[in-house]
Design a protein around this ligand. Structure first.
Ligand SMILES: C[S@@+](CC[C@H](N)C(=O)[O-])C[C@H]1O[C@@H](n2cnc3c(N)ncnc32)[C@H](O)[C@@H]1O
Length: 190
């Protein structure tokens, strides 16, 4: 299985996702309906599924959804919705949490902002969000070796703070990795 930038067995992928999800899990509550934006093969959804009521994956690429459905077939609380790329397929204030991992690193900044506004729209009051954005330091970590530095979008911490505030979020926690910011946030009170 080719994923996370290398070939992995199913077992290795799920172990890897388990580790990543430890960072995101603080935003989950047991009864939550959670959305993963850009779910890929669904490994993170499987890792999330034991901690929430339901995880719904969306991805712009139907090929990934097809594989994610197969990979998660033994996890009945993992579901999928098709997504045409702009408006998230959920009603206003209808989900408890939305997260995204390793997706915004290749999406232009104005589109990232538009998606974060969508995250805010679909979240219930006090809903929670976790996002992963590349830091400029990623250029020195070898993370970008596959496609080259120019293929990725980087955010300074101050930019993330302004972006989240503009999109209606209050940042609860910033986890600085060598290559990425992992930002946990809550929907701001209107
Ligand atoms: C590097 S993969 C990460 C998958 C998964 N989040 C993970 O960490 O294993 C990036 C995923 O984002 C999806 N993606 C890219 N642009 C997207 C968009 N505009 N809307 C939804 N999904 C998108 C891709 O199709 C791909 O499945």
């Amino acid at each position: 299985m080719a994923t996370k930038g290398k070939l992995m067995t199913r077992q290795a992928l799920l172990a890897h996702c388990e580790e990543e999800m430890k960072l995101i899990r603080p935003i989950f509550k047991k009864d939550d309906v959670v959305v993963e934006f850009g779910c890929g093969l669904g490994g993170n959804m499987i890792a999330a599924s034991g901690h929430v009521q339901e995880v719904i994956g969306i991805d712009i690429n139907p090929f990934y959804i097809w594989h994610a459905r197969r990979l998660s077939r033994r996890y009945p609380n993992c579901r999928f919705k098709s997504f045409e790329g702009k408006k998230l397929p959920f009603a206003d204030a209808s989900v408890d949490a939305v997260y995204s991992w390793a997706v915004f690193e290749r999406i232009p900044k104005p589109a990232v902002e538009a998606y974060l506004r969508e995250f805010n729209r679909i979240l219930k009051p006090q809903g929670r969000s976790a996002i992963y954005l590349l830091r400029p330091e990623a250029k020195e970590t070898g993370f970008t070796r596959l496609l080259g530095e120019g293929a990725y979008i980087y955010f300074e911490r101050e930019e993330v703070e302004a972006l989240m505030a503009n999109c209606g979020f209050t940042i609860e926690q910033f986890i600085g990795w060598p290559a990425a910011h992992v930002c946990l946030a809550e929907k701001s009170v209107a």
